[in-house]
Design a protein around this ligand. Structure first.
Ligand SMILES: *[C@@H]1O[C@H](CO)[C@@H](O)[C@H](O)[C@H]1NC(C)=O
Ligand SMILES: *[C@@H]1O[C@H](CO)[C@@H](O)[C@H](O)[C@H]1NC(C)=O
Ligand SMILES: *[C@@H]1O[C@H](CO)[C@@H](O)[C@H](O)[C@H]1NC(C)=O
Length: 134
């Protein structure tokens, strides 16, 4: 009996692990700073543009990616819009270590319109280095 229980428990762990394993793309959005206000956590598909929707429109103060090897670009305009700003219309790559992820108002970016998350690779590292040296 004990042995059967052990087998069943092992099977439950095996089937549960693909679901409970954290995937890249996990992102917490909250209307308030420091994870306050209305919050929504989702694992977003990578390399896909996601429009910010109600209630976060104009008030995305918490923008906090999980710790896996990915980052997200917040954009000032919705998906599909052409960027006409010479600054490039993104705040730059935000990852788990970004210092203002719990308060985008501190960098005047609470009005995020859309975002795109991507796996970190050598190209994005080069972009980050270039951005920081400007
Ligand atoms: C927000 O979090 C920061 C960092 O933990 C803390 O210093 C600050 O006091 C918090 N502010 C509020 C209003 O909770
Ligand atoms: C995002 O919003 C814009 C403007 O409302 C719309 O044209 C576009 O189809 C939306 N894209 C996605 C991926 O939701
Ligand atoms: C977030 O930043 C804004 C602008 O700098 C500041 O007024 C506000 O107190 C900050 N909120 C928290 C919770 O730290």
């Amino acid at each position: 009996m004990l042995k059967l229980f052990t087998i069943l428990a092992a099977a439950a762990v095996a089937t549960a692990s693909p679901i409970t394993k954290r995937e890249p793309g996990g992102l917490l959005l909250c209307t308030g700073a420091n994870s306050t206000g209305t919050c929504q956590y989702n694992v977003y598909p990578l390399d896909s543009c996601i429009n910010i929707t109600t209630p976060f429109t104009g008030s995305t103060n918490t923008f906090a990616p999980d710790g896996e090897a990915f980052a997200c670009y917040p954009y000032a305009m919705p998906c599909g819009s052409i960027c006409t700003s010479p600054e490039g219309c993104t705040l730059g790559a935000i990852d788990f270590n970004y210092e203002h992820k719990y308060n985008l108002s501190a960098v005047s970016w609470a009005a995020v319109a859309s975002f795109r998350c991507f796996t970190k690779n050598t190209i994005t590292v080069v972009e980050e280095v270039r951005k920081r040296s400007q």
